[in-house]
Design a protein around this ligand. Structure first.
Ligand code: MG
Ligand code: ZN
Length: 231
């Protein structure tokens, strides 16, 4: 098993990038957002245009990031994956700086440092923020800032099943590369509309509970197989 989780609105209770834009960007950021929602531009172009409108110091950004609440089940979610030695990757169009800072709140170092992150990159340049997109991979046909399905196919390396947990419009391509989808909000509506099988969740505690059952069943099956295999 391998787990891929969206970050904004999935591991956190709010979209940190949206909060940054609402607080620190010139109002034209909404024009880019609307063009993206209408499907006229990809998320990479959208984010590049939006972040160019942001003026914020590191201290301002840190204060905002630290005010965003985690999903109440986030800690247990990462702990469970660790206990079962199941790799977890965070896939996000948001920014590495934000994600790493939030993950520091996710339990002891042993838990959080094992979480791999694929995301957009952010650097400070005075009060401007310079962004780049290391995972806008060649072969992406969607104009992604971070191409979730391409990363999932590469990182899974044949591991099965591939799980994806997400909440938003930017997760709609990721579901193509998953065996099991946990969805809420916009992603749930998207899946229901298209008949894409998914499991509905409210908080990560729901996901953890179902994963625990699934992992326990697999563990039992493995032990049974081992008992049947002659040594
Ligand atoms: Mg999200
Ligand atoms: Zn893509």
């Amino acid at each position: 098993m391998i787990i891929f989780a969206d970050f904004d609105g999935t591991i956190t209770q709010a979209d940190v990038t949206d909060r940054i834009l609402e607080e620190f960007a010139a109002p034209a950021w909404r024009d880019a957002e609307e063009a993206w929602v209408r499907g006229e531009i990809g998320s990479r172009e959208c984010l590049a245009r939006q972040m160019a409108l942001v003026k914020a110091s590191r201290a301002q950004l840190n204060a905002l990031i630290d005010s965003v609440p985690l999903d109440p089940g986030a800690l247990d979610f990462f702990r469970l994956a660790r206990r079962w030695r199941t790799p977890v990757y965070v896939l996000s169009e948001g920014f590495d700086y934000v994600i790493r800072r939030v993950l520091r709140r996710c339990g002891p170092p042993g838990v959080r440092s094992e979480v791999g992150v694929f995301s957009s990159h952010l650097e400070f340049e005075g009060s401007a923020l310079r962004v780049s997109f290391p995972y806008a991979l060649p072969g992406c046909k969607h104009g992604c800032a971070t191409c979730k399905p391409l990363i999932m196919r590469q990182a899974a390396q044949g591991r099965q099943p591939v799980l994806f947990v997400g909440d938003g419009l930017s997760d709609r391509f990721a579901v193509e590369a998953a065996d099991t989808v946990f969805a809420k909000h916009v992603l749930l509506q998207y899946c229901l509309k298209r008949g894409i099988p998914c499991q509905r969740f409210e908080t990560l505690a729901n996901v953890t509970e179902r994963l625990q059952q699934q992992l326990a069943r697999r563990g039992l099956a493995r032990r049974r197989m081992a008992a049947l295999t002659p040594r």
